[in-house]
Write a protein that binds this ligand. Structure first.
Ligand SMILES: [Zn+2]
Length: 312
């Protein structure tokens, strides 16, 4: 129901927005020393859709597998290059993801789309591979008490044994933690470095509870990019305080070109009361669309973009 607008919005073209000159190295001379520049060679932004997993996992009412399959297929048809499909986690912990195998078997896979699945442990990894997953995602947290600081050794070994499997890493709580408060950017850099050493092709930096401000996000990315090249980093913002788009903008300025978002802003954080959903894919695209339209000096041609702007 919330997908038709996405289709008409033509995500495919939106996802290939060329970044405006404001993001070129020549305009950021003072930052060039601290941040590796990707601007000239990476003029596009990639959207990673996390709604079917990160979004739906917080829904209390069990959603039928057929609805999840249809959602993933529609997101694929809308042109998203990456759709995180499900999580191979124990149904005891996350009942909503108990149909992971069924979902993976039911979706119509496009050869041009990646369907990563979250695998929190070796058992999950094995089940994901058995279900035909070609890409998995693993987690590390930058705060000790939010979850284990050290990435599970057995899953690390299993991943290294699996040739050809693409692995995406997540670092959660990159600026703030519900238990520890502010997070030291160096702690994030350390976890990201470990995920990179494991062979993660991309590491998504998550403001899981949505407490970050643009200046903090920027400082965190600057610290992390000293350990992991910014080309391998993605940003994952929750919109608890309405700062997600501003934080994404700061991330783009810091050289990031991969943005996680969730259709309809689905999601939340079960560990942090009041934390709202992920930034909505539509808002990210409308935001980027508005920004490039401003650069070009004309109104956005997107109906969704116009509708969202009219509400602001
Ligand atoms: Zn999220």
């Amino acid at each position: 129901m919330f997908l038709n607008p996405l289709s008409t919005f033509s995500l495919r073209s939106s996802l290939r927005f060329r970044l405006p000159r404001a993001f070129s190295t020549t305009r950021r001379v003072s930052k060039a020393k601290t941040l590796p520049s990707a601007d000239a060679s990476r003029p596009f932004v990639k959207i990673v859709e996390v709604g079917p997993r990160d979004g739906l996992q917080n829904e209390k009412t069990l959603i039928p597998a057929a609805v999840k399959i249809s959602l993933i297929n529609q997101l694929t048809d809308a042109g998203l290059p990456v759709v995180e499909a499900t999580s191979f986690v124990s149904p005891k912990w996350v009942p909503q993801m108990g149909d992971a195998k069924q979902v993976m078997a039911g979706i119509t896979r496009s050869p041009n789309v990646s369907y990563p699945v979250l695998t929190p442990n070796t058992k999950g990894l094995e089940a994901a591979i058995a279900a035909g997953a070609e890409e998995v995602a693993i987690f590390g947290a930058a705060s000790e008490s939010f979850s284990q600081k050290n990435i599970n050794c057995s899953i690390a070994e299993s991943i290294q044994e699996q040739a050809g499997l693409r692995v995406r890493g997540y670092v959660s709580c990159v600026v703030g933690c519900p238990y520890e408060g502010k997070i030291d950017p160096q702690a994030v850099a350390d976890v990201a470095g470990r995920l990179a050493a494991l062979g993660c092709y991309e590491i998504s930096l998550g403001d899981t509870i949505g407490v970050g401000r643009p200046s903090e996000i920027r400082a965190m990315i600057e610290a992390v990019s000293k350990t992991v090249p910014v080309e391998k980093l993605a940003i994952h913002c929750h919109d608890t305080y309405g700062q997600a788009l501003a934080n994404i903008y700061a991330s783009l300025e810091a050289g990031i070109r991969v943005v996680d978002s969730s259709v309809a802003g689905l999601g939340g954080c079960p560990y942090a009361k009041g934390a709202t959903g992920n930034v909505a894919t539509e808002d990210v695209l409308a935001g980027i669309g508005q920004w490039i339209s401003n650069e070009l000096g004309r109104p956005t041609g997107s109906r969704v973009g116009r509708a969202l702007l009219a509400k602001k």
